[in-house]
Design a binder for this molecule. Structure first.
Ligand SMILES: Cc1cc2nc3c(=O)[nH]c(=O)nc-3n(C[C@H](O)[C@H](O)[C@H](O)COP(=O)(O)OP(=O)(O)OC[C@H]3O[C@@H](n4cnc5c(N)ncnc54)[C@H](O)[C@@H]3O)c2cc1C
Ligand SMILES: NC(=O)c1ccc[n+]([C@@H]2O[C@H](COP(=O)([O-])OP(=O)(O)OC[C@H]3O[C@@H](n4cnc5c(N)ncnc54)[C@H](O)[C@@H]3O)[C@@H](O)[C@H]2O)c1
Length: 478
């Protein structure tokens, strides 16, 4: 058995594991990373990048069709095969050579195999060439991510449903795609596959994107329906079976039956902690890892395990299941581990250098549906539930000069949620064409807690859609 010692051992080389390793190495520590599948993780091969490649070409085509003078130049249909080839390229053909080369250039040794914690600061890697024992001088970081959650619906597993993985990597577009779920994966994949030619039916038990401001779900649902997607709000699958000819039959709790060629299950995620040795440190295998603001894993008594040597970041700690937010945690932790090892002050107080404070106050998210949704901070409902005294300001995005130029028939909406006691923005939501790139201004306003009085001095250029900022301030009043 091979045995090696490093300052830090990271289990999982997804975007988050790669980032923490990089920061810790830059801080002067030696770091080993363990990966059982592809370096780059879910995001690179089955999530963020390939999904956006599946969505982008159709979005560009829709945009050009809304522009007189440009739309006349469109003489053909979406080239589905070319879209799938572009998706393949964005998934690096499911090979990780590029990412492995990056690890090498960053000075991070890769151990291929399944990582399992076997005791305090010890990780065993079971790979093709046997078992390697890695001992950490300072810390073990769990960045093992999450997998698709498949619920216990009668016959579901036996009918081999697609999860996000099979959907994102599909070699062909099914004729009929049914989707269980109304969240982010469901709404993005309904948008993608309907534009790629599938007949799509969404079983949205709780509605579409229901955790966002209500106008988001309303507009995305309406656009999906306009694109020919059937959206059944409140529908729940009771049982599923697949015929020998491949047809999937979904019986709803109402008794109705739906047929499809493939069924995507998109009802959330489950942590990749089933077999990482949590029992060796007194935690329950398969559970999400609860962490404190220093990202230290907490035991059942709510205190860090041992001397605080075990950390968890990214999807696996369930704080925020988004790549950019996991990487933010990774930067804070990587720098924190380096500081701790050098005996420097570790600042995990609110907005401290080694804290991931934005996880609670300012998480930005873009959902690449038609129309796009971009939101940061709290919805009005969440702000009220948090006990804030708020004022909600709404504005029709189509009423800006920039949006009227952007496209014919532009339709969109913006909402700003103001904390009336502090006179700062705590939430911002946009829905409309190409709103993704408008989001960062709102993120900065929330993180920096820019007083509304000062925001009047941040003048948006004319004629851009960003003029919505001025209109919202005018609607709020000075
Ligand atoms: C369809 C879809 C689309 C998405 N789109 C976006 C998007 O547009 N933007 C966004 O911000 N987020 C998006 N997300 C979320 C994003 O993919 C995740 O938040 C992100 O991948 C989390 O990164 P991570 O490093 O924590 O985990 P992962 O990316 O899951 O990586 C974890 C890694 O750990 C490895 N691993 C697990 N267990 C072990 C073990 N025992 N030993 C060794 N290695 C192990 C895995 O093989 C994997 O490589 C999307 C998710 C899905 C499902
Ligand atoms: N653009 C992006 O940022 C992006 C894109 C895709 C995925 N993601 C991330 O990936 C994660 C997973 O996405 P997701 O769509 O699987 O989860 P989700 O949490 O976004 O949505 C899950 C949906 O399933 C429904 N649901 C839950 N249990 C159900 C059940 N038993 N039966 C029927 N419906 C049920 C919920 O009401 C919800 O609408 C999300 O946290 C998301 O942040 C992000």
């Amino acid at each position: 058995m091979v045995a090696e010692t490093y300052d830090v051992v990271v289990i999982g080389a997804g975007p988050v594991g790669e980032n923490v390793a990089d920061r810790a190495v830059q801080g002067g520590l030696s770091v080993a990373i363990v990966e059982r599948e592809l370096v780059g993780g879910e995001c690179s091969y089955w999530a963020c990048m390939p999904t956006k490649a599946l969505l982008r070409s159709a979005a560009a085509l829709r945009a050009v069709k809304k522009l007189p003078g440009a739309r006349e130049a469109v003489t053909g249909e979406l080239d589905v095969a070319a879209v799938l080839r572009r998706r393949d390229a964005f998934a690096s053909d499911w090979k990780d050579d590029g990412q492995v080369a990056w690890l090498e250039s960053a000075g991070i040794p890769l151990y291929r195999g399944h990582g399992r914690i076997t005791g305090e600061k010890v990780v065993e890697v079971t790979g093709e060439n046997g078992v390697t024992t890695l001992t950490a001088r300072h810390a073990v970081v769990v960045a093992t991510g999450s997998g698709a959650l498949v619920p216990d619906i009668e016959g579901l597993r036996a009918s081999k449903p697609w999860t996000s993985r099979e959907t994102v990597a599909a070699k062909e577009v099914p004729g009929r795609l049914a989707i269980i779920g109304g969240g982010v994966v469901a709404s993005e994949m309904a948008t993608a596959f309907s534009s790629l030619g599938a007949t799509v039916e969404v079983l949205a038990r709780d509605g579409v994107l229901h955790v966002q401001e209500p106008f988001v779900g309303e507009r995305v649902t309406a656009a999906l329906q306009e694109a020919g997607v059937t959206v059944r709000v409140g529908a729940e699958a009771a049982s599923v079976r697949r015929d020998d000819d491949g047809t999937v039959h979904i019986t709803l709790k109402s008794g109705e039956e739906i047929e499809a060629d493939e069924l995507l299950v998109a009802i959330g995620r489950t942590p990749n902690t089933e077999d990482i040795g949590l029992d060796a440190v007194g935690l329950k295998p398969g559970s999400w890892l609860t962490v404190d603001d220093a990202m230290r894993v907490l035991g059942e008594d709510g205190t860090p395990l041992g001397d605080g040597w075990l950390y968890a970041i990214g999807d696996v700690n369930r704080r925020v299941l988004l790549t950019h937010q996991g990487k933010y945690q990774a930067r804070a932790l990587g720098d924190g581990l380096a500081a701790r090892a050098k005996g420097e002050t570790v600042d995990v107080g609110p907005w401290g250098r080694h804290a991931a404070t934005a996880d609670e106050r300012a998480v930005p998210q873009v959902v690449f549906t038609e129309p796009e949704m971009a939101a940061v901070g709290l919805t009005a409902a969440a702000a009220e539930a948090a006990g804030l005294r708020i004022r909600v300001v709404d504005y029709d995005l189509a009423a800006t000069a920039g949006s009227s130029l952007h496209a014919e028939g532009y339709s969109g909406h913006a909402r700003m949620v103001v904390d009336e006691d502090r006179k700062v923005i705590v939430g911002f939501t946009l829905v409309g064409p190409d709103v993704a790139e408008l989001l960062h201004a709102a993120t900065i306003a929330i993180v920096a807690e820019v007083p509304l009085d000062r925001l009047w001095h941040a003048v948006p250029s004319f004629p851009t859609v960003s003029e919505v900022w001025l209109r919202l301030l005018e609607a709020y009043g000075r």
